[in-house]
Design a protein around this ligand. Sequence first.
Ligand SMILES: Nc1ncnc2c1ncn2[C@@H]1O[C@H](COP(=O)(O)OP(=O)(O)OP(=O)(O)O)[C@@H](O)[C@H]1O
Ligand SMILES: [Mg+2]
Length: 465
Amino acid sequence: MASQPYPYFLQRNSGDLLKKIMDDVTNYAGGVLLPLLDTIARVLTSVLLLATLFLVQPVIAISAAVILGGFYAVTFQLLTRKRREVDENLKTHVTGSFREAHQMLAGIKPVKVHRAEEHFLARFAGHSAIMARMFARTPVFANSARYFVEPLAFGGLVVAVLLLVARGRDFSDILPNLGVMALAGYRLLPSLQLLYAQVTQVSSMRHAVDEVYDEFVAAETDKSVSRVISTEPVTSARPFSWDNAITLCDVSYRYPGVSRSAVERLSLIIPKNSSLGVIGPTGSGKSTLVDLLLGLYLPTAGDILIDGQLLTPALVPSWQASVGYVPQDIFLIDDTIARNVAFGLPDEKIDPVRLREACSMAQILDFIEADLRNGFETKVGERGIRLSGGQRQRIGLARALYHRPSLLILDEATSALDVATEAKLLEALLSLADKLTMVVAAHRLSAVDNCDQVFDLGNEIPAVV
Ligand SMILES: Nc1ncnc2c1ncn2[C@@H]1O[C@H](COP(=O)(O)OP(=O)(O)OP(=O)(O)O)[C@@H](O)[C@H]1O
Ligand SMILES: [Mg+2]
């Protein structure tokens, strides 16, 4: 799942994905694969027992197989609709409960402020109540046949004895046969019962099989996955080295299922070591343009060229390794500042010199070293909840700079800073101009003031400042 391209995740709810990872895969293994293995063992045992019985009493063995097998088959058939109902309900309501819990926890601040706890809890409770009812039904289905089968088998044994006596067999002659039949029944019934229970369980857990299977099918057929960017395992690629320019030729991008293009026939040249400011009103396509430059989406029309080389799916991993990106909403992990800056690196690979250098450039070093008792080892809380918006943005910037990118992309990355800090930061970045190409997307003109080129997506006129 993690190796899927970015558009895949735009079409899906993260609560639903969480359920697939945590619940369906576990159910698939524990509720389907293991019972299936057990089923094979049960089938073998039952067949062997019936074969033994067949050698001793063929008529009785065949009658037992037909009557018991038929009984289980009819019961299974009669309960099909009910089982399907359980299966459908589990699929809907387990997904629903994951989604509600995940959304409430992820948005706990607005949930609290808008006093929406009751609303989310009620929705969660609705799903839970149905789930509980469905889970309670499965064992009832699995055991229902047993209460009828046991008297049936015992009655069958009595009938068999009576038949043999009626045929004029001597009782001392019947007794050994009776022993074999009783022994076979004693072993056969629990095996058949378990077999039935396993098959019932597997058929009530079909949704887990479907969900896991659907993921594989989606990878082949889904629109958001159709122009697959990379099916390779996620590995760290070598940064792509380039010397001249990034060129956009008539680039358009339309989100799946949307009629209007977010970016329409855009042509631009970004020379190496220059800076480009992208402005435009909200919704004009700044973030989309940035995502295209990052290779997160492939243009629906037109080309992006780096030094004349087409940005293809094969090039994307190494291209991304040479780009530093600060998104509009910074995502911080619930971990230390050091691990947030050197995002994705194991501790032994984190370079303290680079760490300080990146933080200093991002104007956050003083805060980390002077104001935080644990310095780089300070934990920032989930999504950086213990930091201010501006501090989070600067940690995001330090993260982008840590890998010494050749292209730095800032998407509204200074919007939460006061004007003075913003100016200081941009000045520090632009002073690196001979080492760094920059693309700055912003609403505020102050953020793009000193850029070599400014492109206004509102008017679509490239303007040289
Ligand atoms: N995943 C998506 N699916 C469908 N439409 C989208 C998606 N993301 C963005 N859009 C649409 O594309 C258009 C451009 O969005 P984009 O985020 O690029 O604007 P922006 O200029 O960055 O805006 P802002 O200044 O508010 O950040 C908007 O009309 C938006 O509704
Ligand atoms: Mg944006």
